[in-house]
Design a protein around this ligand. Structure first.
Ligand code: SAM
Length: 231
């Protein structure tokens, strides 16, 4: 495999307190993608077959911008890049970061709670969906009934920590292009019950493979690569 030299690190600033500043989980994804792309394949999928890539929960836009910049280095890699987030501030921040990387208005950016506000024509269209989700348990909020702040959307994955991931996966299959090879890349954490989550994922019809794992302070962060297998 010929690795494309000097793959770009996007220039990213976090202009709003409510937006997640890229962290170990963001770079776990980017470093994995960097190691898996060459002039012909992206993680085993022919790049000529990849038409649409989605970075859901884009935050500063880092992952979507990374993919958009690869297109400059590698003319064979030419998918349309989409990004979305539940927070208006994240949408504004991702647009500012697009400008900082001189790629203004090239990424299609939506304000949406998961896929709820996606246009119909994007159903069955994505070859690659990336979600670095909120993946930690939110028992503090549930127990103490504290108001959720915008920044908490970055980490609050629900009472068990994986509820948002399950909601995401349940909707994602409608947006994957199941006629072609496709992957979902999603981060999870050992601070949730990963055995239970994996059981749910398999019952939903996905095949899951752990492709990277990193131990950080008190948890393992895990990069999962999923394919929908019931079709
Ligand atoms: C851990 S941050 C990841 C941000 C960025 N992708 C990165 O890797 O640095 C999770 C992101 O998901 C967004 N998010 C949380 N719940 C969401 C939902 N229901 N729909 C869309 N985005 C959501 C948050 O606002 C936040 O930007």
């Amino acid at each position: 495999m010929i690795i494309i030299p000097l793959l770009p690190d996007p220039i990213i600033e976090c202009d709003f307190e409510s937006v997640y500043a890229p962290s170990d989980d963001s770079y776990l994804l980017i470093d994995y993608f960097k190691s898996k792309i060459d002039h012909i394949y992206f993680d085993g999928i022919k790049i000529s077959e990849i038409n649409n890539i989605l970075d859901l929960g884009t935050g500063t836009g880092i992952i979507a911008i990374f993919f958009q910049l690869i297109k400059i280095e590698n003319p064979n890699f030419n998918p349309k890049i989409y990004a979305s987030d539940i927070l208006e501030d994240a949408i504004k921040c991702a647009k500012l970061n697009e400008k900082r990387n001189n790629i203004d208005n090239q990424i299609q950016i939506f304000h949406s709670d998961l896929f709820n506000s996606f246009p119909e024509n994007l159903k069955h269209s994505f070859n690659i969906i990336v979600f670095n989700p909120p993946y930690l348990p939110s028992s503090k909020f549930i127990e103490q009934n504290i108001n959720k702040q915008n920044i908490d959307y970055s980490w609050d994955g629900g009472l068990k920590g994986y509820e948002i991931i399950v909601k995401f996966l349940s909707a994602a299959k409608t947006f994957l292009n199941l006629k072609k090879e496709h992957f979902i890349y999603c981060i999870t954490s050992s601070r949730t019950d990963l055995i239970e989550l994996n059981r749910i994922i398999i019952n939903m019809g996905y095949k899951n493979r752990i492709v990277e794992k990193e131990h950080i302070f008190f948890e393992d962060i895990v990069l999962n690569r999923l394919e929908y297998s019931r079709y």
